[in-house]
Design a protein around this ligand. Sequence first.
Ligand SMILES: [Zn+2]
Length: 173
Amino acid sequence: MSLKLLENLNNYRFSKQDIDMLIWWIQTRKRNTWNYLNPLQYSVDCNINIETAIELFLTCTHYSDVKVFDVRSIAKCPNCDSIISTEENCIMITDLPKNCNECGLHIQPDFMDNFTDIIFKLIVDPFPPELTPTPPIGVSKQPATHLTSHKILRSDSKNVRTLAGRMRRLNGK
Ligand SMILES: [Zn+2]
C-alpha cells in the first residue's frame, strides 16, 4: 500500500491543491510522528481550512479506496491530564471509567469529548514518493492545537458531521 491511493481523492469533493498539499505534508513528516498525526497541524502548515482538513483526514480513514490512516481516541483527565482511556478506530470514547485512577476525579462522560484527543496513524509507507509533492507556499512553523472529539462532533461543517455520524454508526455507537 502506498500514498498512490490518495489519487482516488479525486472521487470526493476535495480540490487538487488540498490533495497535493496533503501528499506533500505526509511525505515530509518525520517517521517518529507517523502514529500521531493531527489534521489541525496540516491545516496550519498548509494554510488549509480547518473543516476541510478534518474532512480530508476522516475521509482517508473511513473509505477503503483512500484509506491511509487509522484513528485513535485518547481521553485525558480534565483535572490532572493523565490518560484515562484510549480506543482504536473511533472518534468518541463511550467506555469511560467512573473515576480517574491518578487523582480520583469523578468522570462526567458528557464533558469528555472536550478532553478526548483524536490522533491519526499513517498506515501506508509514504516512501518512495510515487507522486511528485508540490511544495506549499508559506509553510508555517506554528504548532497546532489538539483535535478533540468535540471539534469533530460539533463541527461547523455539515460534511464533517455527516462523516462523523457515519463513522460512529459503524462502530456501533
Ligand atoms: Zn485525574
